[in-house]
Design a protein around this ligand. Structure first.
Ligand code: AMP
Ligand code: ZN
Length: 443
């Protein structure tokens, strides 16, 4: 970064202060963000960290150079929710995670997010997880009991530094899962035994599978090292997930921190209410993309500062849509020039996207506006203002393969479910006599 470059300031949950960002190595700025558990379509709340940290990724690339930023966002493909859902639908775990991930990738692309540098899968990092557990046991921070391995919370003097919760609150939270093999109330699972039919891997403690927190410690270590710059996720992850990631990584490798800057996005509510299946206001990205172009969803998300709660409303979406309409109509034949310095100043001040957007309204040069929008991942060039997403052949093929497997297993409910899902995307299937399925797009 040259000396007259703007200073990036980020709010750090670890210190509860806005700080100047100083990367460990400006030639390789490293960021980890907790990614999805691939058992079901991601909802619009899940889209918030995807979009927010994509803006940060773009800004870091702008400041440090596109080749000098490594962004890791994991895919959690081993989890009890996955096992339960696969059993419910009568398909294999692999089929469920492949299918869910294919749709997830399509959704995030439609939201204008760049592909992270690495998208590691938990199931491909079992060796690293076992290595971390062995280090923790050797250092006296973990113990094996009854086929489980647990992290020994009292062995870490400054456990709880990120969430700063009072001890009794943490104990009360952890008591939710009481278990006879736990020495301390707050001890948490690193490894647990797998029953027959559950996914499992051989380990020194028997056939089993990792605890959720351990997955992120293993994947961030493998791809970013023992200490890195930024760790992000939604505010709900501060405790226990991030607190426990920190405990594992710091105690395994003996550093003062796991990451220097911890960033958390606020929560999203729909029409003023907490999103929930029972309230019937649970909206997936997938569903929203049928009605709105991805850019509208993205702009709408960025009109609220990432640390504030966001109230997701139809009215907001309509406004965002009209802003974009205006910018698109002037963008014809205009080449993007330079990013507005006001926009850079807003974004480098802890990602103040609402301020950046208010500047966008005032910019008089359409080339500057276009370049500034592009920095925020909004492409006004896109002629696809029809409220229809593009259909990706790879996703369709993946769904068809899963459907064929379901049919081979005489799982007609699943086969119909996939046909309906494709129909909703505008894809019609034709089952041929030779057992193959062909498809076409119907709009
Ligand atoms: P999950 O699949 O629940 O682990 O969530 C994946 C990511 O989405 C995490 O970073 C969560 O913090 C985030 N997240 C989940 N629900 C919401 C919400 N309603 N608003 C904002 N972020 C959310
Ligand atoms: Zn994580």
């Amino acid at each position: 970064m040259s000396s007259d470059a703007p200073v990036l300031k980020l709010y750090n949950t670890l210190t509860r202060a806005k700080e100047e960002f100083r990367p460990l190595d400006p030639a390789n700025v490293r960021m980890y963000v907790c990614g999805p558990t691939v058992y079901d379509h991601a909802h619009i709340g899940n889209a918030r960290p995807l979009i927010v940290f994509d803006v940060l990724f773009r800004l870091l690339r702008h400041l440090y150079g596109a080749d000098h930023v490594t962004y890791v966002r994991n895919i959690t493909d081993v989890d009890d929710k996955i096992n339960a859902r696969a059993a419910e639908r009568g398909i294999s775990i692999r089929e469920l995670t492949e299918q869910t991930n294919a749709i997830f990738q399509q959704d995030v692309r439609a939201l204008g997010c760049l592909e992270p540098s690495v998208q590691p899968r938990a199931t491909e990092h079992i060796a690293e997880m076992i290595a971390i557990i062995e280090k923790l046991i050797a250092a006296g921070h973990a113990y094996a009991a009854d086929g489980h391995v647990l992290f020994d919370v009292p062995s870490m003097a400054d456990y709880g530094r990120l969430s700063r919760r009072p001890l009794d609150e943490m104990i009360a939270g952890a008591r939710v899962d009481v278990a006879p093999y736990k020495r301390g109330d707050m001890d948490f699972v690193l490894w647990k035994p797998s029953k027959e039919g559950e996914p499992g891997w051989d380990s020194p403690w028997g056939r089993g599978r990792p605890g959720w927190h351990l997955e992120c410690s293993a994947m961030s270590w493998k791809h970013l090292g023992e200490v890195f710059d930024i760790h992000g996720g939604g505010v709900d992850l501060v405790f226990p997930h991030h607190e426990n990631e920190i405990a594992q990584t710091r105690c395994a490798f003996g550093h003062e921190v796991m990451a220097n800057y911890w960033m958390h996005n606020g929560f999203l509510q729909v029409e003023g209410k907490k999103m929930s299946k029972s309230l019937g206001n649970f909206v997936t990205i997938h569903e929203l993309l049928k009605d709105w172009p991805g850019d509208v969803l993205r702009l709408n998300m960025l009109r609220t500062h990432y640390r504030q709660p966001i109230n997701w409303t139809r009215e907001g979406l309509e406004q965002s849509d009209s802003f974009l309409d205006k910018w698109r109509s002037e963008a014809d034949g205009v080449a993007p020039t330079t990013v507005s310095s006001d926009v850079i100043a807003a974004l480098t001040d802890d990602l103040n996207t609402p301020l950046a957007i208010s500047h966008l309204h005032r910019i008089s040069d359409p080339g500057v506006r276009k370049a500034s929008l592009l920095l925020m991942g909004i492409n006004v060039e896109s002629k696809d203002t029809t409220r229809r997403r593009t259909i990706e052949a790879a996703v369709v093929e993946q769904l068809i393969a899963t459907r064929l497997a379901a049919r081979a297993a005489k799982n007609w409910a699943e086969s119909d479910r996939i046909r309906d899902e494709l129909a909703a995307m505008g894809v019609a299937l034709k089952d041929n006599k030779d057992g193959t399925t062909t498809w076409e797009v119907r709009r």
